[in-house]
Design a protein around this ligand. Sequence first.
Ligand code: WQD
Length: 332
Amino acid sequence: MKIFVTGGTGYIGSHTCVELLNAGYEIVVIDNFSNSKPEVIEKIKEITEKDFKFYEGDVCDKELLKKIFTENNIDAVIHFAGYKAVGESVSKPLKYYRNNIDSTLTLLETMNEFNCKKLVFSSSATVYGKPKSLPIKEDFDLSTTNPYGSTKLMIEDILRDLYISDNEWSIAILRYFNPIGAHKSGLIGENPNDIPNNLMPYIVKVANKELECLNVFGNDYDTHDGTGVRDYIHVVDLSLGHIKAIEYILNSKGIDEYNLGTGNGYSVLDLVKTFMKVNDVEVKYKITDRRPGDIDACYADASKAQEILGWKAKLGIEDMCRDAYNFIKKNK
Ligand code: WQD
């Protein structure tokens, strides 16, 4: 079976490529390196001791996609490629709508033309907006508070309309909670080029003395210690969820949404203290104002993915903290 992976050198894409190869799938990867580095290709090959075809380019490039589908007999697609910085999406909405929607429409049109109708889509818990209660279930109301989240919700709606028009499609929409951590080899992980927006990459850079101090965005939220609570999930667990989703869509038709989370919520200070303990390192922090748009708490009811896909997260918060730091130490 041959799987086409868009954005396959990115943080989640690269970890998923490793697990696809480990599971015996052939893969074909496309990436334009807008948020990743070319050396990730060799790292994936080093970890798995397997080869695969790579095409440098943009998913918006219809001619390139047609070339890829002509040269490779693709059985299913995992679509990761897309811009993902919430803050940047607020300041540059047209860049996000053009890139994330256009690339997806180009991909879907090409898949249709080549009669490849099996897709796993990388969505996000951000489509739930501020949940009415916790834990979050897949049938909760959907709403978004930023252009990045709106592109994810729009693409979900496009996919639901596509399935209504043609029941031959088999689509799994995976809603990620907060992916953190890195492959245990330390060869691949999350290493943003600029100042990190997200919590864990910021903690790691403070621990690694690349940044001075972590700003904890508010301690007056309605949580056990006042700081924001999220459902952190190890990126390897998340990647294994994609393998289960691929197995499922290869043997079924239909469209469905699945929460990929652990079901456990941890606060900012929980994460900072766990990180310091497991890595025996100091992380300086100070409490600052809330970040606009942040919600108090968010964590998943992940039972549907377990019941239908046979997937459940196994790694804990200590593994996530240890593996995240191991990666940055090996890639100074
Ligand atoms: C987590 C917690 C912050 C940074 C975002 C996107 C979501 C997904 C994951 C793409 C919050 C606090 C953070 C810092 C802090 N991305 N924080 N200081 O906002 O839950 O989700 O990333 O799919 O779509 O919305 O993740 O890591 O930014 O924040 O105190 O320097 O850490 O307030 O409580 P978030 P995050």
